[in-house]
Design a binder for this molecule. Structure first.
Ligand SMILES: Nc1ncnc2c1ncn2[C@@H]1O[C@H](COP(=O)(O)OP(=O)(O)OP(=O)(O)O)[C@@H](O)[C@H]1O
Ligand SMILES: [Mg+2]
Length: 264
């Protein structure tokens, strides 16, 4: 039986907005099991990013949290960066524009692994190779604005996996990319989680994309978890009308996976 990495019980999150509180998550019960690939699906505003931030302990101060989040059966939260690697939609938000790629990956490696600068820089080069970055030596010396969206996302993934996190959270990590690059990044994520033994939380509004990558799907609507189950069950017999509606525009989903297992 696999270990439960992250257990959420009756988790609710609200945000203060003017004099009101906006409900972002409501009474969510969910287990993220070690080694699985789980997709969080939902339309814009359904609470997906709030869930990612809550489990990494990265909610803003004006957020209120009720319920339980436990990490590996402990009553503490996961340590962002160390236990959980985060890859976001907009790499510009996570990459530092004034540091070269090599400097910023090496800085993270130094902080988490306690290596000296030269060793950390060498490790940054290895990580770029690990994410199949073309011309890694050149990219090490480049600034983020000199890279394409797909290259930036590979850098963000390299930085996220550097400390060896148990859980990799990709929050709309491929949404800003064109379809070809999107498929490449999805393949890379699949390869990395398999070879590094990581658990994957893949957050997207695109149920078609997720269905080719994950083992289980959790569907959210207005902050509530409306259903969770193995991909094939959810696709072939959705328990909720909301999931059925999401699937309606993807009738070709009867035969997943959509993204083929093509070696890199
Ligand atoms: N920092 C914040 N301050 C106030 N309200 C917020 C904040 N972040 C999110 N919200 C609100 O919480 C709800 C859930 O937002 P969240 O960003 O988690 O949704 P999402 O599913 O990630 O959406 P998207 O697909 O657009 O990224 C929304 O109503 C949103 O307006
Ligand atoms: Mg979001």
């Amino acid at each position: 039986m696999s270990e439960v990495l992250c257990r959420l019980r009756r988790l609710s999150v609200t945000y203060a907005f003017r004099r009101e509180r906006v409900r972002a998550l409501w009474d969510v019960d969910l287990d993220i099991v070690g080694g699985e690939r789980l997709a969080i699906i939902g339309e814009s505003g359904s609470g997906k990013s709030t869930l990612a931030r809550a489990l990494a302990g990265l909610l803003p101060e004006h957020a209120g949290l009720r319920g339980e989040i436990s990490w590996r059966g402990l009553s503490r939260l996961a340590r962002p960066g160390l236990d959980i690697g985060l890859v976001l939609q907009d790499p510009a938000a996570s990459l530092n524009p004034v540091l070269t790629v090599g400097e910023q990956i090496a800085e993270g490696v130094r902080r988490h692994r306690g290596l000296g600068w030269h060793e950390a820089y060498r490790r940054a080069g290895e990580l770029l190779e690990r994410v199949h970055m073309p011309q890694p030596d050149k990219v090490l010396k480049a600034f983020p604005h000199q890279l394409s969206g797909g290259q930036c996302q590979r850098v963000a993934i390299a930085a996220a996996i550097a400390p060896g996190p148990a859980l990799l959270v990709a929050d709309e990590a491929t949404s800003a990319l064109d379809m070809v690059v999107q498929a490449e990044i999805v393949r890379l994520l699949r390869e990395l989680v398999r070879e590094e033994g990581m658990t994957l939380l893949f957050i997207t509004h695109d149920i078609a994309l997720a269905s080719g990558l994950v083992d289980r799907i959790a569907v959210f609507k207005n902050g509530a978890l409306v259903e969770v189950g193995p991909v094939r069950d959810v696709l072939s017999a959705p328990a909720s009308p909301h999931t059925a509606a999401l699937l309606y525009s993807h009738r070709d989903l009867a035969t997943p996976p959509l993204v083929e297992e093509v070696p890199l």
